[in-house]
Design a protein around this ligand. Structure first.
Ligand code: GDP
Ligand code: MG
Length: 443
């Protein structure tokens, strides 16, 4: 998708005369690309209408950066479509919340329930999982296995066939045990949809969830809107989680899910593992959808705050550095982040990196964490810092590093896990090559 949109914009900026036809051709090309990415036809059509209202031919003809004007307009429109204008319920630590998961079978509910519980557990919540899928054989075993691995209390039954009963019993039990985040996993049987929606309605009525999360597989394509709408009509869906974003799907269906449920996407699933779960952020997502990375705003920021003569060097560094190929590269990025100079402002804007490492509201703890990691890395050898293979740092080495830095082996292990995670996040961000970087810069 990114490719064809870039191509469309390129053709447009090469045209000597920008008239209605050139603009239309360009928009047609963009629309085709969005449709291929599973963005719903109606949404694409609305977007086109809006863009034609915003993009003014006179401005384009006057020699402003055409590519950028249109790209920005498309970007803004897609961001608007992903923003339902209200945020979703957020559980409060220490106060009981019930969260119910709904979605078709195979969409990733059971996996996502555990990821969600694990995410909050790491932040100090006391989650618990209730298996109200009495339809599928093995559903309880699957949840049990996941929950055990994540050390999260669970409830379910092999005998009881009434999902409402199991859900209510589980929720009651965990309320008594003062768990503050009670998560109800449900069935998502195929083919008996009327029965499924009635079951969802009953479970919801009986457990009175504070939030219902609709889980959707990113690869279902154009079916996204109808599926999301069907769930919304039977239960009060308040948030969406899109799974399997690690696959080939472009994720255009998320726009449909938001439009159909009028609820925000809150997380995305990026793999089968418990930690492959990310807070959803609109702008980086749209950048990815458009294949441009969140770099246009970023490059502007560099122009604003970095001295002229330092800019080329920095751009060059950026296009090389962010693959986090080695621990040393991560160390240098940490230094930059902590330096508090204009660069730290740049880094705080860096899509992905800082938001992963320093979530909003936790800056203090995160800074301490970064400093701890740097202390640990100070006890590493050059070979270790410059290796692109994290497996090099085996147990004996970890023990030596821990001793040298006065930290626990556990902390060295944590740092390596975090490194691997960040490296993966950064890899998916698609760092533009040098040429593309300068194409993004002003004029
Ligand atoms: P449910 O039927 O809705 O409960 O779905 P499950 O949680 O059982 O998931 C169905 C399959 O999708 C399982 O094999 C999961 O491991 C897999 N899965 C779930 N989420 C993700 C994801 O984000 N990425 C990938 N690659 N696989 C996932
Ligand atoms: Mg399941």
């Amino acid at each position: 998708l990114g490719g064809s949109i870039t191509r469309a914009l390129q053709q447009m900026s090469n045209a000597t005369v920008i008239d209605e036809k050139v603009l239309n051709d360009c928009l047609n090309e963009i629309n085709r690309a969005l449709l291929q990415s599973d963005v719903r036809f109606e949404l694409v059509r609305d977007m086109r209408t809006n863009i034609k209202k915003i993009v003014n031919l006179q401005d384009l003809a006057a020699g402003h950066n055409k590519r950028k004007i249109i790209q920005q307009a498309v970007f803004n429109e897609l961001c608007k479509m992903l923003d339902p204008g209200k945020s979703s319920f957020v559980p409060k630590k220490g106060k009981t919340s019930v969260v119910m998961f709904v979605g078709l079978q195979g969409s990733g509910k059971t996996t996502t329930c555990t990821k969600y519980a694990h995410y909050y557990q790491k932040k100090g919540w006391k989650p618990a999982l209730v298996c109200a899928d009495t339809f599928r054989a093995g559903a309880f075993d699957q949840l049990k296995q996941n929950a055990t691995k994540a050390k999260i209390p669970f409830y379910g039954s092999y005998m009881e066939s009434d999902p409402v009963k199991v859900a209510v019993e589980g929720v009651e039990r965990f309320k008594e045990e003062n768990r503050d985040l009670i998560i109800v996993d449900t069935s998502g049987r195929h083919k008996q949809e009327a029965a499924l929606f009635e079951e969802m309605r009953q479970v919801s009525e009986a457990t009175k969830p504070d939030l219902v999360i609709f889980v959707m597989d990113s690869s279902i394509g154009q079916a996204a809107f109808d599926q999301a709408q069907a769930f919304k009509q039977s239960v009060a869906v308040g948030a969406v989680i899109i799974t399997k974003m690690d696959g080939h799907a472009k994720g255009g269906g998320s726009l449909s899910a938001v439009a159909a449920t009028k609820s925000p996407v809150i997380f995305i699933g990026t793999g089968e593992h418990m930690d492959e779960f990310e807070v959803f952020e609109v702008k980086p997502f749209v950048s990815r959808l458009l294949g441009m990375g969140d770099w246009s705003g970023f490059v502007d920021k560099i122009h604003d705050i970095v001295p002229m003569d330092k800019q080329p060097e920095l751009l060059q560094k950026l296009s090389e550095g962010f693959t986090l190929r080695t621990l040393r590269i991560m160390y240098e990025q940490f230094q930059n982040m902590l330096s508090m100079g204009p660069l730290s402002q740049v880094f705080s804007m860096l899509p992905g990196f800082s938001s992963e490492l320093m979530p909003k509201g936790q800056e203090k703890e995160s800074q301490a964490k970064v400093k701890r990691y740097m202390t640990i890395m100070d006890s590493m050898t050059n070979e270790e810092l410059d290796s692109s293979n994290p497996k090099l740092i085996n147990e004996p080495r970890m023990m030596r590093i821990a001793r040298g830095s006065g930290r626990l082996v556990r902390e060295v292990l944590d740092m390596m896990e975090e490194y691997k995670r960040l490296a993966k996040v950064m890899k998916r961000l698609k760092i533009p090559k040098k040429g593309d970087m300068s194409a993004l810069s002003r004029n």
